[in-house]
Design a protein around this ligand. Structure first.
Ligand SMILES: Cc1cc2nc3c(=O)[nH]c(=O)nc-3n(C[C@H](O)[C@H](O)[C@H](O)COP(=O)(O)O)c2cc1C
Length: 450
């Protein structure tokens, strides 16, 4: 069996994920592994022929990548864009089997895997569910046994020419026709408005949306066009920022935050949906570079609306991803709307009006699983690595984010007493008979007292 490994880590040969692939290669010495670092543009130009030849004879394309902000690094998305735009390269992927090996702290690794599945299926590949390892699994025997079992099944499945049902529809690159609203939104406040966008060319749908929002989005509207912002490159994952919150790049990226984002109350994020099923790689590189702020919810309290050009109805996982991005960032999400919506022009009015309504209501917040579970995962992660991510640690201490349940002495005492009482069958029987009315009793009292 021959495997073409596409290493999507910005760290190249020093990638943690790549060490997992090398471990799999050691576990299965009879399998041939060929490696390509696909995030280096210049290198890719030189090795395009070698990659195409490797794909021609491969049994499996294995994406090997870290999770970066709920999906894959911006540099890997740039490679994906290259594949979609280069017919010969794209064709070389078609009909091949694909899977992935991810490493992360398991924070939205499932959405990263969905992204790779969408990309692979849109390239005409036969997708097999991938493997997601926690960063430190390589040092743990049970996890290594689990990983070996996974790849044994994967390789056997490929050997047996299994076909797995497709999840994602083809990419429809035709951009929808849309009309902009004729009326103007009402309820406009004096909030600070920022539009973040990435359009390069004039006359695009994104440009039209940006100009409409500039005119109708609010009083003081600023535009941050990423394609003009001179970002020197994507996050390299060096993590030097962990201690003091300062990026190792010297391109003044932090000014985008200080001058634009931190001053905004309402942010409209706009861009076109890419064949990769995300926004452009430029957008993703911008998001990845925000990593210098660590695991702090730096958008907390800001109202955000995504206004996208493209067929969002064929990209439900993108919606899921943007919702998750908003939840974990403690963003007040006004809307995710796109030009394929049947009532786009009415929705656009509603987006603006709702954004102003939400931004004017200081207590507005929604809390669901993503926000609660995501924060707990970060809490435990930052606590365990607090010597390194010092800047996060200080923030978590200051903002009471270390809310470990074992610190709640009162609850622990109550639980011990309840556990002891319920170990007596007679008491347990009595409690069980009264369970539902007793459970709701304090709630009823609270409502009556209010
Ligand atoms: C910019 C950036 C974003 C990250 N985002 C996530 C994330 O969303 N979820 C997660 O579980 N880990 C995240 N991580 C952690 C990496 O996925 C993890 O460190 C990975 O093992 C690095 O692999 P590599 O050495 O192959 O690049 C992020 C790391 C960086 C630098």
């Amino acid at each position: 069996m021959h495997i073409t490994v596409l290493n999507g880590s910005p760290k190249g040969k020093n990638s943690v994920t790549l060490q997992y692939v090398r471990m799999v290669a050691k576990m299965f010495p009879e399998v041939e592994f060929e490696y390509y670092n696909v995030v280096y543009k210049n290198l890719m130009k030189r090795s395009k022929k070698a990659l195409t030849d490797s794909l021609a004879r491969t049994d499996l394309v294995l994406w090997s990548t870290p999770v970066y902000y709920l999906t894959v690094p911006g540099q890997l998305m740039a490679f994906e864009e290259l594949v979609f735009s280069d017919r010969a390269l794209g064709d070389a992927f078609s009909g091949k089997n694909a899977s992935c090996l991810l490493t992360s702290i398991h924070f939205f690794d499932h959405t990263a895997m969905q992204h790779l599945q969408a990309v692979s299926e849109r390239l005409g590949m036969n997708w097999f569910p991938g493997y997601s390892a926690e960063m430190e699994d390589l040092f743990k025997k049970p996890q290594l046994i689990r990983m070996k079992a996974f790849f044994k099944v994967l390789f056997s499945s490929i050997g047996a020419s299994h076909t797995i049902g497709r999840k994602f529809p083809d990419f429809d690159g035709t951009l929808p026709d849309f009309v902009l609203p004729e009326k103007t939104p009402t309820g406009i406040t004096d909030k600070n408005i920022l539009i973040i966008t990435d359009f390069l060319k004039e006359g695009t749908g994104t440009e039209k949306i940006v100009h409409w929002l500039e005119k109708n989005g609010g009083a003081g509207v600023k535009i941050l066009n990423l394609s003009e912002s001179k970002i020197a490159g994507g996050c390299t994952g060096c993590c030097i920022c962990g201690y003091e919150g300062v990026c190792s790049y010297r391109d003044n990226f932090h000014l985008l935050f200080d001058d634009y984002i931190s001053k905004a109350d309402i942010i409209f994020m706009t861009g076109a949906i890419s064949p990769t099923s995300y926004l452009s790689s430029m957008w993703k590189i911008f998001q990845d570079r925000c990593f210098y702020q660590g695991h702090k919810p730096v958008y907390a309290g800001k109202t955000v609306a995504f206004v996208l050009d493209g067929k969002l109805s064929l990209n439900n996982h993108l919606r899921e991803l943007l919702e998750a991005y908003s939840d974990i960032g403690k963003i007040r999400l006004a809307s995710i709307t796109a030009t394929d919506s049947r009532n786009f022009s009415e929705e656009l009015i509603a987006v603006v009006e709702r954004a102003h309504l939400m931004a004017s209501e200081p207590d507005y917040e929604t809390v669901t699983f993503n926000k609660v579970a995501g924060m707990k995962l970060f809490r435990d992660f930052v606590y365990l690595i607090s010597g390194f991510f010092r800047s996060d640690h200080k923030y978590y201490l200051k903002n009471g984010i270390y809310d470990f349940p074992q610190k709640n002495i009162k609850k622990r005492l109550i639980n011990s007493a309840v556990g002891l009482a319920l170990s007596i069958p007679f008491i347990r029987h009595q409690v069980n008979r009264q369970m539902i009315p007793k459970m709701v009793e304090p709630y009823k009292k609270a409502v009556e007292k209010a």
